[in-house]
Design a protein around this ligand. Structure first.
Ligand SMILES: Cc1cc2nc3c(=O)[nH]c(=O)nc-3n(C[C@H](O)[C@H](O)[C@H](O)COP(=O)(O)OP(=O)(O)OC[C@H]3O[C@@H](n4cnc5c(N)ncnc54)[C@H](O)[C@@H]3O)c2cc1C
Length: 429
């Protein structure tokens, strides 16, 4: 019996499990297991919509146990906290309820091949006050608690006798920060439509970026300018070239002694590997990502593979893979192929990962979508508006099809589209 243990059912992990599960077709000599902290999967690039209430988790969450049963693998809910490479065994933290009562004690799982896809966490760069005063969007649970906080604040604002504009500040103008800034205006607009006196004029959204531009991942200046124009049209105040040095309960302090007042601060300025990776006895880089070879094998252990945001995979030009959804998916699918080869022959040559930048998109709620398609071909094609929105939406559609198969996937997408007609535009609980 060969035991394949995959840690992390995220953007890449779920596609890996679907592919391996189907290809192994419940082979009796292979045991395939997925471990994740959560009981259900939500595609991470949608977490800002979950946080704003635009996305209903009931329709978009995939239950790991149900997916496992359909695709011929086992699921264990738990957080990986340790690794004994020599005994080939990982340790899972005890599972507790809301009152810290232990439901499942600490336990270990053994493997022959271990695949790590635990994603990334937001990098606070050790800036004082960030941990205590900022919100993060790394996990589904964080997005849901941010939703409660935002909606409570919006509703308090609507009830106030003499409401003063309140400030939401987002640090980091990559895809997460930019999309979140636009999403805040979308929420205010919908709430106003529901009769709450909380229009966009009572809301000040600030977007702070240390670099000179918003959306540095967009390769063409005209696209970055289009994003900036749209944000400015919405009334988002942009602070580019602004480095945050401290955060406190009143707001953010910058390198040029400016104070940006903020009632709710969302930190989305770069990512690093989760803390646990530095405790596994595997080589990590200064961003705490696992160092892997081009075939995604750990530099420290040939039985361990890693993909996605938690891995640094070298490319022929000397760079390393960027932490993006498409990277995680492409690497995970290649690891599935490599594992299938190893099951047949332990000495088989393995495929190597070559990052292919299919494009970058930013969707500013209902207002505008901007992107660059097929960036690997002569700088790619700039797209905006409806075509860009179509491509952006199709990335999630493709993920859903990969997870559910063509028939169920299409039915679910159609249902999702119909539900958008019937259900309220905003989830207020
Ligand atoms: C709001 C937002 C918008 C984004 N927009 C874009 C975009 O437009 N385009 C783009 O390319 N990328 C975008 N990204 C980044 C993209 O989501 C990630 O690059 C991608 O999800 C990485 O996939 P992954 O499989 O490596 O990790 P993830 O999808 O993060 O999955 C990691 C999984 O590991 C689990 N896990 C973590 N730690 C443990 C542990 N110790 N034990 C067990 N399980 C664990 C987590 O619960 C999670 O399910 C966005 C991210 C965010 C937050």
């Amino acid at each position: 019996m060969t035991r394949i243990l995959v840690i992390g059912g995220g953007a890449g992990g779920m596609e890996l499990m679907g592919k391996l599960g189907k290809r192994l077709n419940r082979r009796s000599d292979v045991e395939l297991t997925l471990v994740d902290i959560s009981s259900h999967h939500i595609w991470k690039p949608l977490l800002h919509e979950l946080a704003s209430g635009s996305l209903d988790e009931g329709l978009n969450a995939v239950d790991y146990r149900a997916h496992a049963a359909r695709n011929g693998y086992r699921f264990e809910q738990g957080e990986v906290i340790g690794l004994d490479r020599f005994a080939r065994r990982v340790t899972l933290a005890p599972q507790t309820d809301a009152r810290d009562k232990v439901l499942v004690p600490e336990r270990t799982l053994e493997y022959d091949y271990l695949v790590l896809g635990v994603g990334a966490v937001t990098n606070d760069f050790d800036i004082p006050g960030v941990k205590d005063h900022c919100e993060f969007l790394d996990l589904t649970q964080q997005a849901m608690s941010l939703r409660q906080k935002l909606l409570r604040r919006f509703l308090e604002q609507a009830r106030a006798e003499r409401p003063e504009p309140f400030n939401i500040t987002i640090v980091g103008a990559g895809a997460t920060g930019t999309e979140m800034a636009a999403e805040m205006h979308h929420v205010a607009e919908i709430l106003e439509g529901y009769g709450y006196a909380v229009g966009p004029e009572q809301l000040q959204v600030n977007l702070v970026e240390a670099g000179p531009h918003v959306m540095p991942a967009l390769p063409k200046p005209c696209l970055r300018e289009a994003v900036e124009e749209q944000l400015e049209e919405l009334g988002v105040q942009l602070f580019t070239g602004t480095r945050v040095t401290r955060v406190d309960a009143r707001g953010l302090h910058t390198q040029n002694d400016q104070m940006i007042p903020s009632d709710i601060t969302i930190w989305a300025a770069g990512v690093k590997g989760p803390q646990v990776l530095s405790k596994l006895g595997l080589e990590v880089n200064d961003q705490n990502q696992l160092m892997v070879e081009a075939n995604c094998r750990s530099l420290s252990d040939s039985r361990v593979f890693a993909f996605g945001d938690c891995a640094a995979c070298p490319q022929p030009d000397g760079s390393y893979t960027p932490p993006r959804g498409q990277t995680a998916r492409q690497m995970a699918l290649m690891i599935a192929d490599n594992l299938l080869r190893l099951l047949d022959d332990e000495e088989a040559p393995l495929k190597e990962y070559l990052y292919k930048d299919l494009g970058s998109f930013v969707n500013m709620a209902r207002f505008h979508t901007v992107g660059n398609l097929f960036s690997f071909i002569r700088g790619g094609i700039a797209v905006q508006g409806c075509p860009a929105r179509f491509v952006y939406a199709s990335l999630y559609r493709r993920h859903m099809l990969a997870l559910h198969g063509p028939i169920k996937g299409l039915a679910l997408l159609a249902l999702n589209g119909m539900q958008r007609w019937f259900r309220p535009q905003l989830k207020l609980w």
